[in-house]
Design a binder for this molecule. Structure first.
Ligand SMILES: [Fe+2]
Length: 346
């Protein structure tokens, strides 16, 4: 409230009581203080008035014939959610005052009341309104701040993803390009499977970083073109676990860790690192497995030339049910033509 006088001149009050002498008394007590005062002697009149005009404060007698003031307050609050209520009663008890406040009354006043008590109540309610308004403004400001900070965090997260992916590229020639393509294909499959936005975002990130654990494999093993020894093969098979170890300290990655850990599991349980099968393998991992294999088959390797699209699709189909989830392979076939448009493969 800025000043008492300006509040008085601007405030509109409705006083509801079934006793004419109480209504007259209210008018008499504060009628010359500059407030706009309207009175009603029953609930129907009060409802009609509130539907026609706006009141800052509504004073309600608790006993309006057969109607309880608190019941009327709830009806009027629905009509005008911005109105403030003061409950009045001749039989005031602490229990009723507590109930009134619980149900949303801003103040409680006993009968008979003096001009000073009415003015104090008005001042109290207006102060309350002012504080609530400030609180709402503060909440709005804080919400905007949180939104901005979340946006900044999201950008940081994207930059971290990008940096990690580039780190992989430096360790393993061509890996980054591979991971980006796997991520894009995985997103196409996600669209075909109608995954929700959260699952798609997580899948995109997991697919981009699925081979991050290769950072922990020595150059001699990673770049080897000849057959791997048993020990070297063990190092390679450890990369999903290594990837989880690398990303684990970053809380924002926690949701994608299972997808990375299990991207080399096979649908029939013959994969690694845990040898789990079917639906026990996270769906994102099953999608990454198909996207990963497809891009690998289409890519040139030192020991073989790139396969064409038809050969790649045949290979995926041949391994559906053993290495791959048949449902994912089927979904992939639906989006394969879009993959061709994106990467122009043969
Ligand atoms: Fe991998």
């Amino acid at each position: 409230m800025t000043t008492l006088y300006s509040a008085r001149t601007a405030l509109s009050l409705l006083f509801v009581d079934d006793e004419k002498r109480v209504l007259d008394s209210f008018r008499l007590l504060i009628g010359d203080l500059g407030y706009r005062v309207v009175t009603a002697s029953n609930d129907d009149d009060a409802v009609a008035l509130v539907s026609q005009q706006r009141f800052d404060i509504i004073f309600l007698d608790q006993f309006l014939g057969n109607v309880r003031g608190l019941d009327l307050m709830r009806r009027l609050a629905v009509q005008d959610p911005n109105a403030y209520f003061v409950l009045i009663t001749a039989n005031s008890t602490p229990a009723l005052a507590v109930e009134a406040m619980k149900q949303g009354a801003a103040d409680f006043m006993g009968k008979p009341f003096s001009a000073t008590e009415v003015i104090k109540s008005i001042e109290y309610v207006m102060k309350k309104r002012e504080l609530e308004s400030e609180r709402k403004e503060m909440v709005t400001t804080l919400e905007k701040l949180v939104d901005r900070k979340n946006e900044e965090l999201k950008n940081v997260f994207c930059n971290v993803l990008s940096s990690l992916a580039q780190a992989m590229e430096k360790r393993d020639f061509g890996t980054y390009g591979h991971c980006r393509r796997v991520s894009q294909v995985a997103c196409l499959i996600a669209a075909a499977l109608d995954l929700d936005d959260t699952e798609r975002d997580r899948l995109r990130a997991a697919a981009l970083l699925h081979d991050i654990g290769k950072i922990g494999i020595s150059d001699s093993v990673l770049g080897k073109t000849g057959p791997l020894t048993a020990e070297e093969w063990l190092q390679i098979k450890h990369h999903p676990v290594k990837g989880v170890e690398i990303l684990e300290p970053i809380r924002q990655f926690s949701a994608i860790l299972p997808s990375i850990l299990h991207h080399h599991e096979n649908y029939d349980g013959s994969g690694y690192p845990h040898g789990i099968a079917g639906e026990k393998i996270p769906r994102a991992s099953r999608i990454i497995a198909v996207a990963d294999a497809y891009d690998a088959i289409l890519s040139e390797r030192p020991y073989r030339s790139a396969a064409n699209r038809e050969q790649a699709l045949n290979e995926l189909a041949a391994c559906a049910g053993s290495q791959f989830d048949p449902g994912i392979v089927e979904a992939f076939v639906k989006v394969d033509s879009r993959y061709q448009k994106m990467f122009g493969t043969n």
